[in-house]
Unconditional design. Structure first.
Length: 159
């Protein structure tokens, strides 16, 4: 099953018109989840996924393309670092608003439950909270950049 831009737009419009609160659609190469009007307690729950598995090495220059929906590979990884990945598709923001200080910088010590960034999806600002404590060593995404599900956002040295 494939879903083009026009079909996605039509689907989302139908969800809004029918006041559907939750919807999930899965295909062979994608998963779409839409949730609206969640209670405040659900939004405050940590939604950052932490992966400790090593990152796949980048493809060689043979022109091999990744399957659709596959996040771009990270540029190498140290085994002593944990990766914070995007739990959804959206736009990555480092600060709560333009002109305000970033939630974290390289070298910032973070704790469990601390807001580390915002992912905007469908005009909803989702604060991502850390599920681990440690020091931010790398921030791999620029402010205002679209991110894919599972894409590595930053790397943290636990401790």
């Amino acid at each position: 099953m494939q879903l083009d831009h026009d079909q996605l737009h039509t689907l989302l419009a139908a969800l809004v018109e029918n006041d559907i609160q939750e919807f999930r659609l899965e295909g062979d190469d994608f998963r779409l989840e839409v949730r609206r009007n969640l209670p405040v307690t659900a939004v405050a729950a940590p939604i950052v996924q932490v992966a400790s598995a090593p990152v796949a090495s980048p493809p060689d220059s043979s022109g091999v393309e990744l399957p659709a929906g596959t996040p771009p590979p990270a540029a190498g990884s140290r085994s002593d670092l944990l990766e914070v990945t995007a739990p959804m598709v959206g736009t990555f923001y480092r600060a709560p608003a333009p002109g305000e200080p970033s939630f974290v910088e390289i070298g910032t010590r973070i704790g469990v439950g601390q807001t580390i960034c915002i992912l905007e999806a469908m005009k909803l600002m989702n604060e991502l909270e850390s599920e681990l404590a440690g020091e931010v060593v790398e921030i791999l995404v620029d402010n205002g950049t679209p991110v894919e599900f599972g894409q590595v956002l930053m790397r943290v040295k636990p401790g």
